[in-house]
Every structure is written in C-alpha cells, then in structure tokens.
Design a protein around this ligand. Structure first.
Ligand code: PEP
Ligand code: CO
Length: 456
C-alpha cells in the first residue's frame, strides 16, 4: 500500500485557500446536513483498487502499459440506466482492443463515469433574452433547465449524485462479472465501423479475445480473464470539494483516500499552485491528474508537480495536456524539457478535446474531428521527438449516434449539429468517430515505437 501522508494536511485544509469555481449555496444549514449525511455513507471504491490503478499508471510511465480514459463531458442522472451504462462500458472496452493493437501495449480502461457530475464553467452566469441565471454546473449542483428554480444549487443533489454514482458502479461491476461476450458487443453502431481501415483487424482482435476469455474460463474458472479485461476504473473532475471531502476516508495505515472514484483530476481552471483544489489533492493517496492548458508556465507546472508529488512516487501524478491543435507544438516541448530537468516522475496523457472547442455562428459548441486528430497525432510525434513517453489518451465520447463534433468520415457538417446533440456541456465524439480517431493512429505511433525499441 502506498505511503502518502503530508504532515501539514487534513481533509478540510482546502477550506483555508481561495476556492475558484465556488458553488454558492444560499442555505448553509442545508449544505451542512447534506455533507453530514454523505460522510456516513459507505465508500464507492476501495483503497486496494486505487493502489492497483496507481501501479498501472506507474507501468504506463515506463512505457509498459497505456491508459485510455474517456466518457461524457458531463454525465447526467437521467443516463443512469442499464442500456446507457452498458453502452459506455462496451465502447471503452472495444476501443481499448483497437488501441492495444496500435500502441502494442496492454490498456488500462478508465471511465469518466460513475461521478462525472460537477462542471467548471468559464462563464458562471448564463444570459438568455433579458434573464441572467447561474450557469448549469453539472447534475451534482443544479439542473440544466433554464429557470430560476432549476439553476439554484441544491445540496441534496450531492446525495443524489452519490446514489447515482453508486448504482452506476454497481451495474458496471455486475457487467464485468457476467458473460464476457456481452462486453464485446457493439450492436447498434457496428455498421458505422465497417468503413474503418482496421475494421477486419478489430473484429479479429475481438474474436481472439473471446476465444482467450473462453479458454481462461475453462482453465481457471469464471473469475479469470486475459489482459485484465475485468478491470475498470472510474474518474471524475474533483471540482466540488465538499462532496470530495465527504467521501475522503482514512485507511488503516493512516493514508487518506478519496473513495468516490479511483482517479480524480483537477481541471485546468482550478489548477493553480495555491488553489483550494490543489491543496485538497495534495493530501489524498490516490493517483491524481492535472489538466494543463496553454496558459500554464513551465516553472509553475514544475512547482505544482512538486506540491502534488513531493516524494516523486511512481504512478502518483498524471499530466493531461490539452493545448489545442494550433498551440501544442509551441507549448508542449518546453514543458516536457522542464519536467525532465526537474527529474519529476509523471505520466503524460493527451486530451485532444478541450483545446479544440469553438462556437458556430448559431452559438453551438463544437469541435472539429480533424483538429482533434491533428492534436493527438502531434502529441505522439512531439513526445517521440523529445524522447518522452505519451502514456495515455483522454477523450470525450459516447456510444450514442450523436452529431456534436464536425467532420470525420461520418461527415457531420455544422448545419446538422442541432439534429442529434445531447451533450449537457461539451461536444463528444460518437462511436464511429472515436474508432476512426484511434484507427488513424498509424505512422506516428509506429515511428515512436521503433525509436523506443532501438533504445538499450
Ligand atoms: C473537462 O474535462 O470536461 C474539462 C472541463 O476540462 P478542462 O479542465 O481541461 O477544461
Ligand atoms: Co468537457
């Protein structure tokens, strides 16, 4: 079990720091009541699972494993149903099979799921016609409907969020213990996968896994699977610190763990050195991630890494870069060099989504597939050039046949966006686009692998 106990930290020490993206609850007593109730409830994940994930991230830092993290930008309570959950899990599992072929490494699957309910917003107020109301901040805080009562933060939503996260996770665990072949099904959109260059390889890989799974099953009994296919980890942005704190528990050896998810991250808007969010993350023993954007200076990043990982523990810290396709080339190399000079152990992960957002003339948020693809390809190339390892990909995606991101072979154009747009916040790749993206990772990865393999 990892040992991570900063001396001058406690689960509420964040409360003495400036809290950006603060949620203003009018009724403090109602907030206290909800927190008190939440503190009594059992954790959602276990410290051992959290430590197992940390060990896998440590392997990914050495280039022996690869992390695929993905899911909705904002999960909704309404999506807590069997069909929606199983589609999300099956998308991640199947995409990981294709990715495994591309990077030639075992994949660790991490969902933005079972708790991705709180959102940071650039504009804390939203105005429609003459009315200004608090922005939608995720189902954990308020309701997306544009009315005063819906947008008023309600602390009881934290308890609902806990329950929905728990129901979601329970169903995921049940799915992973059931018939493995069901995990491989991609029913509704298999059509959309036909056009892919690697479609045949993907199906062959799925068949191989099925055969291996059946063989394992015969030899080792029902619990065993090849390549840890039953392992699945959860993650969300640790934005709502009252919620996170209430689910922070001390283990027998004195470490504090956030047991609402395996892998919490700090968003770009809350990742400054003296922030309440960094203070909270500093003391928990989970593997943690920070999102870094173009405004982050290299020295600032190195300081943050030292704050979050003072013992330079392997697997502890992931840097998720999200610069946008235009800025990655100008920003990333200097950051990689600064981290190397400082001798800080990190896992580099690319989020090619959040730096590529734009608004259409109709005011719809979108991202162009080709920009996402370009950033991801550039990321592999830059890490290769800098003799560094890109060990993870972070995507916003859904198994639903939405049209939220433009372009790709799916040929979504701007005028079609409003026809199938269900995201509550940011635009996601649909299943076909997610497969196309991973499928297109050919030459850049092959080149970087060859270079890695020729190293002593
Ligand atoms: C997100 O991941 O949904 C998000 C808001 O990201 P970022 O903090 O990188 O903007
Ligand atoms: Co998002």
């Amino acid at each position: 079990m990892s040992n991570h106990k900063p001396a001058d930290w406690n689960p509420n020490s964040w409360q003495d720091k400036p809290v950006s993206q603060q949620i203003n609850y009018g009724d403090q007593e109602a907030l206290e009541d909800a927190i008190k109730e939440l503190r009594q409830l059992p954790p959602l994940v276990s410290a051992i699972e959290v430590d197992n994930l940390k060990a896998q991230i440590a392997l990914a830092q050495e280039g022996k494993q690869f992390i695929l993290q993905g899911g909705d930008c904002a999960e909704s309570f309404a999506d807590c149903n069997a069909d929606s959950i199983s589609q999300k899990v099956r998308l991640l599992v199947n995409l990981s099979l294709l990715l495994a072929q591309k990077v030639n490494k075992p994949i660790t699957r991490v969902g933005r799921i079972a708790g991705q309910y709180a959102k940071p917003r650039s504009q804390l107020m939203e105005t429609k016609l003459d009315e200004s109301l608090p922005s939608y901040r995720g189902d954990l805080v308020n309701h997306v409907h544009f009315s005063e009562s819906a947008r008023t933060p309600d602390p009881q939503r934290m308890l609902q969020g806990y329950s929905y996260a728990s129901l979601t996770l329970n169903y995921i665990r049940a799915m992973l213990e059931s018939d493995l072949n069901e995990l491989f099904q991609l029913d509704s959109e298999t059509q959309a996968l036909r056009n892919l260059k690697q479609a045949e390889e993907l199906h062959q890989s799925i068949r191989q896994y099925q055969q291996m799974a059946q063989m394992f099953h015969r030899v080792n009994g029902a619990q065993a699977t090849p390549q840890g296919l039953k392992e699945f980890y959860t993650s969300h942005e640790a934005l709502h610190l009252h919620y996170e704190q209430a689910l922070t528990r001390q283990s027998a050896n004195g470490n504090w763990y956030n047991l609402s998810a395996h892998f919490p991250w700090v968003g770009m808007r809350t990742a400054s050195a003296n922030s309440a969010h960094v203070e909270y993350m500093r003391g928990i023993a989970n593997p943690v991630a920070i999102k870094i954007g173009p405004k982050m200076a290299s020295e600032q990043l190195v300081n943050l890494c030292q704050t979050l990982n003072p013992n330079n523990e392997a697997g502890r810290l992931t840097l998720i870069h999200r610069f946008g396709h235009k800025e990655i080339q100008a920003k990333l190399p200097a950051m990689i060099q600064a981290i190397k000079r400082a001798g800080v152990k990190v896992l580099w992960c690319c989020d090619p989504m959040h730096g590529n957002g734009r608004l259409t003339n109709q005011g719809i948020k979108t991202r162009e597939f080709e920009h996402i693809q370009s950033e991801l390809t550039q990321a592999f190339g830059i890490h290769q050039q800098e003799d560094s390892i890109l060990g993870g990909i972070h995507l916003e995606m859904t198994a639903e046949a939405v049209m939220e991101c433009t372009g790709s072979s799916y040929q979504v154009n701007e005028s079609e966006l409003s026809q199938a747009y269900t995201s509550l916040v940011d635009p996601r790749l649909n299943m076909s686009q997610a497969f196309e993206l991973i499928d297109s990772l050919d030459t850049s990865i092959q080149n970087s692998l060859q270079i890695c393999q020729t190293k002593p």
